[in-house]
Design a protein around this ligand. Structure first.
Ligand code: ADP
Length: 396
């Protein structure tokens, strides 16, 4: 059937729509007044019954071609749970009116079909049917009820499309995460082996020229970078899968920071790291994950500031429940836009895209770790004058 009109049948107002629309279709086809009335009355009788007994029916009016003859057809469908039969009042009457009447069950739906043949003299053809369909597509609503119905329908359609879009992007996201997870696992093993052999060679008794030793140092340094990148990729996929696990333990904060900073000082020889600690505080942290947060913030402080500038780490007892830690640098700072987006996955300030290497994962991971500890993380920064990253962690 080539569909011309469709009306969902929910309440009595739809009976008016069905009546008016079926009349209009019959009239536009050029049927006689008597045939129009016959068709409209039959459609209305069926629709009235369906509306009376169900609240989720559907009416379609269209044209069907059979051996060069066209028929005007109305198809009313409703849930099969509602048992109606051709002897029921309205159906019985409709059957008497039209030459073809059928009732059947299909895919859990009951369908009633009526047909009236179109006289050949009306010279109906595909082109005319197309024009008719277009006419009804652009027909204005018959009454405010239909207007609201059409709007509801299009809202429903948009909501459906958005749901579908969301479902599709979720699948793509899942595939991407799976890929990141597999790729980083596959990368981790060879990189770890390269690093281990480089260190073995460096530690061996062999006689190397300074040049070769320089090369080995470079390989070692770059593989360390690669290991940390791959680790970040793995962490991102863990965050996305919701599979980050924490081993929270009571930790004395001051020695923890001192130890970490002394290790970091070796890697950052061009910066002066100043620490300002209060009286001893015990915190509840996953030590390895918290080391990751500190090394990301201190590493960034060094990376995004000039040589021989200061990096200041300060700890404040906020209240009984939290300590606040500030990591301050005298570096390039960042724009207001960046301050808002800096903790988003893969975000990088446009000013550093070509000047500093990185993937924009560190702060995203750090913020997740802090949030999972029940704390908060934020930044205060101004372009050109440096940045201070703050975060809070729970204390004993
Ligand atoms: P990456 O450094 O690998 O790009 P991060 O997630 O650690 O990833 O940082 C995200 C972005 O935040 C950086 O690209 C940079 O634009 C900005 N940023 C981070 N720390 C600082 C800082 N201390 N000073 C200025 N910009 C920073």
């Amino acid at each position: 059937m080539i569909k011309i009109v469709q009306i969902s049948l929910e309440n009595e107002m739809d009976l008016i729509l069905a009546h008016k629309r079926s009349r209009k279709v019959a009239e536009k086809l050029g049927l006689t007044i008597a045939t129009q009335t016959t068709f409209v009355t039959a459609v209305s009788e069926i629709v009235r019954m369906v509306i009376e007994y169900t609240d989720r029916g559907n009416l379609e009016i269209g044209l069907e071609q059979n051996n060069f003859r066209y028929s005007l057809k109305a198809l009313v469908s409703y849930d099969s749970d509602v048992k109606l039969n051709s002897k029921d009042d309205g159906f019985y009457y409709a059957q008497k009116l039209v030459p073809e009447f059928g009732i059947k069950e299909k895919d859990g739906k009951s369908e009633i079909e009526i047909k009236i043949g179109i006289p050949r003299s009306l010279q109906l053809n595909q082109h005319k049917i197309q024009l008719l369909a277009e006419f009804f597509l652009s027909e204005p609503p018959i009454n405010p009820y239909e207007e609201i119905k059409i709007r509801n329908l299009s809202l429903h359609k948009i909501a459906g499309e958005q749901e579908e879009e969301l479902r599709r992007s979720k699948i793509i996201d899942e595939k991407k995460n799976e890929f990141i997870s597999i790729a980083s696992h596959e990368l981790k093993t060879p990189i770890t082996i390269i690093k281990a052999y480089t260190q073995l060679v460096k530690a061996s008794e062999g006689q190397f020229s300074d040049r070769i030793r320089g090369f080995l140092d470079k390989i070692d340094h770059q593989t360390t970078k690669l290991v940390s990148l791959v680790q970040q990729l793995l962490d991102v996929s863990k965050i996305e899968n919701g599979s980050m696990v924490y081993a929270i333990e009571k930790t004395e904060l001051n020695p923890f920071i001192m130890e970490m900073v002394s290790v970091m000082k070796n890697i950052l020889p061009h910066h002066e790291v100043i620490i300002n600690l209060p009286k001893e505080i015990n915190v509840q942290i996953d030590r390895l994950r918290m080391e990751q947060v500190f090394s990301n913030l201190i590493g960034n402080a060094a990376k995004y500031s000039g040589k021989n500038t200061q990096i200041k780490i300060e700890v404040f007892q906020e209240d009984e429940k939290f300590v606040k830690i500030a990591v301050n640098d005298q570096g390039i700072g960042m724009s207001e836009d960046s301050v808002k987006s800096i903790f988003n996955k893969f975000y990088r300030d446009k000013d550093v895209l070509t000047t500093h290497s990185g993937l924009g994962m560190g702060l995203y991971i750090a913020s997740k770790i802090i949030c999972d500890h029940g704390g908060a993380i934020w930044v205060e920064s101004e372009s050109g004058t440096g940045s201070t990253f703050f975060f809070t962690i729970p204390c004993e």
